[in-house]
Design a protein. Structure first.
Length: 377
């Protein structure tokens, strides 16, 4: 063997003769094959496995694309690169090029979610803020376009890098889809399938512009702000109560009065305990009272016609606030228990104005005054 043959052998051994990629990470979308000085031997073998594609890049420009199979690199198999290089004849000489392997398998269970709340106009609650999250599946459909739009310009190769780039696109377009659907906030939870389908239709063309295919898209949860959720819970509670609201009011009043009566001074002192005992029940009772119910006049106001016997009609003025209405039986019970002082201002429809409870004969408040406290031992 001559000197030139030895030189050719040594030089030829430096050139890559087999190009292949085995993905051990499971998280790499694009792999740039390491070639020393970007020199590849003409006639070398290129092995492209299933769910892979290989792209030859000449001076930063995408050239020839190879699908799964074993290829021998010749001028016939790399026509674009041959044209760019100006080769007119097939010869066994090295050439410079970059080789990128693309993982074209389907990537599933990719996460997306709103980093910040998304503003939305709701017909019932007005302007509200929504948070949402879900999953999607995608794959590389057009390696050349993917290289030109993502890899070649931004150098992104891993799944996390690509999904981070896509997250802003997902949130922007999905916000428009939810707003255009005009689904009330209370019905969002029942429309996840419809919203997922709308999101896939809107986002599909966006993914295609990157050379990607959006195979699946799911919305798993859409959450409302805490204050809106509390309002919904309160509305649900009122709906469950229905016509049992009066019973609920009496129960809340009795429980609150019992708790306040156990405090030092009881309820008959300054009247603060009574206000604390009936505030919750009274607020709900007044909110749900019939439109025709009589309201107490201000101190010294005109009288009104009396309501039917047995109906709640008594109002009490305690601490500058009005409580009631109460029935005759409730008033007598509170007087007998000492929870209402005889001097507490009271009013009922038909009365000339506010007066002490003890002045109303029908309550029997003035017949037998409450006993004084027992003497100290």
């Amino acid at each position: 063997m001559g000197l030139m043959d030895n030189i050719r052998k040594q030089i030829g051994s430096q050139f890559i003769e087999i190009l292949e990629w085995l993905d051990d990470s499971g998280d790499t979308l694009v792999y740039r094959f390491p070639v020393y000085n970007q020199e590849i031997k003409m006639g070398a073998k290129l092995v492209v496995r299933e769910n892979q594609a290989a792209l030859f890049v000449n001076e930063g420009k995408a050239a020839d694309l190879f699908t799964p199979g074993t290829w021998e690199l010749t001028t016939q198999n790399i026509p674009i690169l041959t044209t760019l290089r100006g080769w007119k004849y097939g010869f066994q000489s090295p050439f410079k090029a970059e080789v990128y392997f693309f993982n074209t398998r389907l990537y599933t269970d990719l996460k997306w979610g709103t980093t910040n709340p998304v503003m939305m106009r709701d017909a019932e609650f007005g302007m509200i803020r929504l948070r949402a999250y879900g999953t999607y599946a995608m794959k590389i459909a057009e390696p050349k376009r993917f290289f030109e739009t993502v890899v070649g310009t931004q150098g992104l190769t891993t799944t996390d890098e690509i999904t981070g780039q896509l997250r802003s696109t997902i949130l922007s377009r999905l916000s428009d889809a939810i707003a255009e659907a005009k689904i009330p906030a209370l019905d969002l939870a029942t429309q996840y399938d419809e919203l997922s389908g709308a999101g896939k239709r809107v986002l599909g063309p966006e993914f295609e512009s990157f050379g990607l295919e959006l195979a699946r898209f799911f919305i798993e949860n859409v959450s409302l702000p805490e204050e809106v959720e509390k309002a919904i819970d309160q509305r649900s509670k009122l709906g469950v109560l229905g016509d049992r609201l009066g019973q609920y009011t009496q129960m809340q009043t009795a429980e609150a009065i019992g708790t306040a009566a156990a405090n030092p001074g009881g309820l008959a002192g300054a009247g603060v305990g009574l206000g604390a005992g009936v505030a919750m029940g009274q607020a709900m009772s007044q909110a749900m009272a019939p439109m025709g119910a009589a309201a107490p006049p201000p101190m010294g106001g005109a009288a009104a016609p009396p309501p039917p016997t047995g109906a709640p009609r008594w109002s009490l003025a305690v601490g500058g606030q009005t409580y009631g209405p109460y029935t005759d039986e409730q008033m007598r019970a509170m007087l007998a228990a000492g929870q209402v002082a005889p001097t507490t201002p009271a009013w009922r429809p038909g009365a000339a104005g506010w007066a002490a409870v003890s002045t109303y004969a029908e309550l029997g408040a003035g017949a037998t005054p409450p006993p004084p406290p027992p003497p100290q031992a």
